[in-house]
Structures are given as structure tokens and as C-alpha cells.
Design a binder for this molecule. Structure first.
Ligand code: NDP
Length: 249
């Protein structure tokens, strides 16, 4: 794989995935890793990684600023030259609150939907020409990661079948909608060789996951990256956990 792009790369799962990729055998590390965050000047750990690894390119994007996406995509294109983008990981997200039905607020529902659903869809749209460019360059390779792939970082809380606890309206609905979008991406892109999957990263000790989460960032992210790098067309349009196990919608 020549190139990948991860949003929310300054901390948590995003930063962990970048570290996990850098720990892969040298021949598997992409030549260009575009690490996206909204405040690069405050992204201390990411900047340290970029200082040590010249294949990391930090770009700025606030997910909610949709009017900047076109310019952003042009910046990504400049970094990747004419190779296109092999792997897009839509990772940036927000949790919303647990709130039960009597306390939920419309503003929170909308904010979470904007960041967790609309932003990954619109970013995929903006970067589609680069994904298609990669899929064409990699023609002959098997569909999936060898060709070009979109990974939407979802959550097990999106699963309607596994929802026994209720609440979490903003988060559950936004991620379930992202899952729906993943299936539409699979259908819309079926002739391009680009695959799309939704992936639950596990309950991980990050700012979002909290200190009680059972999974450490580094170990969980190695498992996520192993799964992501193994995506083939058999996974296309599916919903998986960090080890590639199928999850119910
Ligand atoms: P964190 O809260 O630790 O990190 C969230 C990341 O998203 C940060 O980089 C943050 O940037 C970025 N982000 C949030 N809002 C915006 C925005 N408006 N524009 C740009 N970037 C934004 O979360 P995790 O790392 O734990 O989560 C990563 C993904 O994994 C999310 O999609 C989450 O839903 C999912 N997930 C996580 C689980 C867990 O247990 N941790 C479980 C299931 C799913 P900034 O630093 O600037 O705020």
C-alpha cells in the first residue's frame, strides 16, 4: 500500500492506528500517511512522530467545515502526487451523552450527526477522485486494501440487535447512519474496485472510551490495523469488530 489517510489522528484511536502502522514490517508501511487533525500546532505526539517519520504528513481539517473540503482534497492530492489514495480511515468522532429519551436534546443529536455521519460521507465524496485514482493505478490487484478501501470507524453501539441498554441516542443513531452509508458506498462504488467497511474498534482506553475500558490503545490498534490491512472484497459492505469478526446490524 502506498498511501493512507486517517482523521482524528492527533490522539486516541487515530494516533494509535498511526503508531500501529509504523510498527508494521518496513515493506508494509505506506510511503505516505496523511494524518488529519483540527489543531496541528497542539498535536504534540503526532508532531513528534512526523519529525521521526518523513512519510507522515499532517494536514488540518475541522470536520464541520464542509466548505473547506475541496481545498483539503487538493492538499491531499499534492501530497500524494499522482498515486491516489489507497486507504481512507474515517475515524474522527464524538460520543454525545448517554441521556435517556426524556432528557435528549435536539442540538446534541444534530452535532453528533454532523461529526459522526455527515463528515465521513462528505469527506469520502471529496476524496473519491483520489481513491478512484488509486484503484485505477492498482488495477489487477484484488479489490479491497490491495486496490482501494474506505474504513468507517463505527461502534458496536450502532448495532440495533445488540442494543439492550437503550439511551445514547445521538451516538447510536449517528453511527447506525454511518453503517447505512457504508453499505451505500459499497453499492455505489461496485464498479470501481473500492471497498467500504464499517469497523468497531473495541472499547478502548481513550478520552472517549474512558479509564474503565478494557483495551489499551496500542494493543487494540495493532489488532485493528491487522484487520484493516486484510480487507478484501469478501468484507465489502460489512460491519466488523477489531479482529474482523462480523457484527450484527
Ligand atoms: P477520542 O475522543 O479519544 O478522539 C476523537 C478524535 O476525533 C480526536 O482526534 C478529535 O480531535 C477528533 N474530532 C472530534 N471532533 C472533531 C471535529 N469536529 N473535527 C475534527 N476532528 C474531530 O476518541 P477515540 O479515539 O476513542 O475514538 C475514535 C473513533 O473510534 C471514533 O469514531 C469513536 O466513535 C470510535 N469508537 C471508539 C471507542 C472507544 O472505546 N474509544 C469505541 C467505539 C468506537 P480533537 O483532539 O481536536 O478533539
Amino acid at each position: 500500500m502506498k498511501s493512507m489517510l486517517i482523521t482524528g489522528a492527533n490522539r486516541g484511536v487515530g494516533l494509535g492506528m498511526i503508531r500501529a502502522v509504523l510498527n508494521l514490517p518496513k515493506e508494509n508501511v505506506p510511503g505516505n500517511i496523511v494524518a488529519v487533525c483540527r489543531k496541528p500546532d497542539q498535536a504534540k505526539e503526532l508532531n513528534e512522530l512526523a519529525d521521526q517519520n518523513k512519510n507522515i504528513h499532517i494536514l488540518q481539517l475541522e470536520s464541520k467545515e464542509f466548505d473547506k473540503y475541496e481545498t483539503f482534497a487538493a492538499q491531499v492530492g499534492e501530497v500524494l502526487k499522482d498515486n491516489g489514495l489507497d486507504l481512507l480511515i474515517n475515524n474522527a468522532g464524538i460520543a454525545g451523552s448517554f441521556r435517556r429519551i426524556g432528557l435528549i436534546k435536539s442540538g446534541e443529536l444534530m452535532e453528533t450527526y454532523v461529526v459522526n455521519t455527515i463528515a465521513p460521507i462528505m469527506l469520502t465524496k471529496a476524496l473519491l477522485p483520489l481513491l478512484k485514482q488509486a484503484a485505477e493505478k492498482n488495477v489487477g490487484a484484488a479489490p479491497g486494501v490491495p486496490r482501494a478501501t474506505i474504513v468507517n470507524i463505527s461502534s458496536i453501539l450502532a448495532s440495533m440487535k445488540l442494543n439492550g441498554d437503550g439511551g445514547h441516542y445521538s451516538y447510536r443513531c449517528s453511527k447506525a447512519a454511518l453503517n447505512a452509508a457504508t453499505v451505500s458506498m459499497k453499492v455505489d462504488l461496485k464498479d470501481t474496485g473500492i471497498c467500504a467497511v464499517a469497523l468497531h474498534p473495541g472499547w478502548i482506553k481513550t478520552q472517549m472510551g474512558g479509564p474503565k475500558a478494557p483495551l489499551e490503545v496500542d494493543k487494540a490498534c495493532s489488532r485493528i490495523i491487522k484487520t484493516v490491512f486484510g480487507i478484501t472484497d469478501q468484507h465489502n459492505g460489512g460491519f466488523y469488530d477489531l479482529d474482523g469478526k462480523n457484527l450484527p446490524w
